[in-house]
Design a protein around this ligand. Structure first.
Ligand SMILES: [Zn+2]
Length: 233
């Protein structure tokens, strides 16, 4: 499954001047030259093979600050839908935008890349190959992008659980299931004729063997019993 996050990560890197390196890196990544890759908070470490040599690559990112994480956690715990989307592999982009945050940096100074090869023009093709694998990882699981920004999935989910337990009321989702008028439902004892509900509905454009569906349902409705006794017929 792709949530588009990987493509967005690559587009950001291209805009930061890595376009030609990324083309070389894609070939290396597709050829399986990235032997291993591990992502922990704020840093990715990978082993990349190039001929007879294996290089060690590191890609660090500036973690969200503590106040930034507090605002992310508040937003996620305030709207369960955001967390549900993350768990489903989607990214609630509007939430990050509303908080003034970006998952990926738009400045090379927020990224730190190094490799044990002797390429003088960094980032090298090895680092670019790792970026492609990282993009694939973000496509599969947006929590990995959040982990890179400093908060692992388990830690984040447990903090959200704590926040929900300490929050008595969850603000309603804006515009969702909002009615201007209170909805009233008649209690059974106030219903004079139980099949009357069929006459309240717009005519169903359905017929079974020449009879209207509402008329076919009428006897079944009349057989319903109220707490006071048999329904009127
Ligand atoms: Zn390198």
């Amino acid at each position: 499954m792709s949530n588009g996050l990987g493509a967005q990560f690559i587009a950001v890197l291209e805009s930061l001047g890595m376009a030609s390196r990324l083309r070389q890196g894609r070939l290396a990544a597709r050829a399986g030259q990235v032997l291993s890759m591990s992502l922990s908070t704020s840093v990715v470490v990978a082993q990349v093979q190039d001929g007879a040599r294996t290089h060690r690559c590191r890609i660090g990112i500036k973690a969200f600050t503590k106040p930034e994480w507090v605002s992310v956690e508040k937003a996620l715990s305030g709207q369960a839908l955001f967390t549900a989307r993350l768990l489903a592999g989607e990214v609630p982009y509007e939430m990050f935008a509303d908080l003034g945050l970006r998952l990926f940096p738009d400045d090379m100074r927020e990224l730190a890349m190094d490799c044990t090869c002797d390429t003088w023009d960094m980032p090298c093709s090895h680092l670019a190959a790792v970026c492609h694998l990282l993009a694939d990882l973000f496509d599969q699981d947006p929590f990995q992008a959040l982990a890179w920004r400093g908060r692992g999935r388990d830690e984040l989910l447990s903090r959200l659980g704590e926040l929900r337990r300490t929050t008595r009321e969850t603000p309603p989702i804006k515009g969702f299931w909002h009615s201007q008028q209170p909805v009233t439902v008649a209690a059974p004892e106030h219903v004079e004729r139980l099949d009357a509900v069929l006459d309240e509905l717009a005519p169903l454009p359905l017929e079974v063997r020449g009879e209207r569906v509402a008329d076919l349902l009428r006897p079944a409705y009349r057989r319903l019993r109220t707490p006071r006794g048999p329904a009127q017929s």
